[in-house]
Design a binder for this molecule. Sequence first.
Ligand code: PEP
Ligand code: MN
Length: 340
Amino acid sequence: MIVVLKQGVTNEEAEHVVLLMEKRGLSVHVSKGEAQTVLGLVGDTSGFDAAAISAHHLVAKVIRVQEPYKRANRLFHPRDTAVDVSTDGVVHRIGGGTLGIIAGPCSVESRDQICGIARAVKKAGAGFLRGGVFKPRTSPYSFQGMGCGGVDLLAAAKKETGLPLVSELMEIHQLEVFDEVDIIQVGARNMQNFNLLKELGRCKKPVLLKRGLASTVTELLMAAEYIIAGGNERVILCERGIRTFETFSRNTLDISAVPFLKQKSHLPVIVDPSHATGDASLVPAAAKAAVAAGADGLIIEVHNDPENAFSDGEQSLTPPAFASLLEELKKYAALEKKTL
Ligand code: PEP
Ligand code: MN
């Protein structure tokens, strides 16, 4: 249940209403907007008399939330959430009118590779560097990632370019070696690893949460809810394609999930056109579609030598292809009134 307080209600008055709700055994999430304060009630509100609360002189209206997710719900938090990361005093943003571009290889392979790609994507206009070091691979015989050694190479690329780092972890103890990583990626295969989500709720870093291969958007929002309920509100949702009967592409980009997620949630929504299509020739069109659909950002695989990449070469853009895509994307971003 959401309780919207009247305009001009002071902090003390809002606190008074919060205490009233807490006395009834509910926990209250307070969201202060510029003009209005919104209270999200968490707990069993079934026995609650909405009419009685609406009658309170400080309350503007009471809304019953139908969806099972609360903290991720836009009703709870009407304004867009933006996720900021600072490196060297520079703020890098995803959401809130800024199109965040995350680019880099699927896997970190060597110092020259990651530093070279980092320089190229930065020059093209990317705001974040991606690079996997713990790789969830379908086959146990495929390259599994460089592990901790790869993190040092990512750190070197960050030092050189100032780009914040995005990298995936599969187990919570890997957080111990992720000091230099700025945004923790939870991959599609781990979207419903609830213990991992709970642990990341206690973590101070933003989480990039990818939609599971066969998960509904409600399940994605419930996964985000786990992280937020644990105390970490900095969650970025990612549509990365889902399994369908179609075989021409690696996955099927669910483009309408973008406006739907934006309607339902205040969290930033980004799109991964690389894993969605699995084909570098399809990535630019999918990326443009994502921005036109209202995405707050993109995560794109870029490799200097796709043919010899250790993983996902077929879907990786070369640095020149990435640079020309970003040039084109500026037009789309401008139409959506977003800065790139
Ligand atoms: C990746 O980003 O390299 C990756 C493995 O993504 P996903 O979890 O979406 O498959
Ligand atoms: Mn990949």
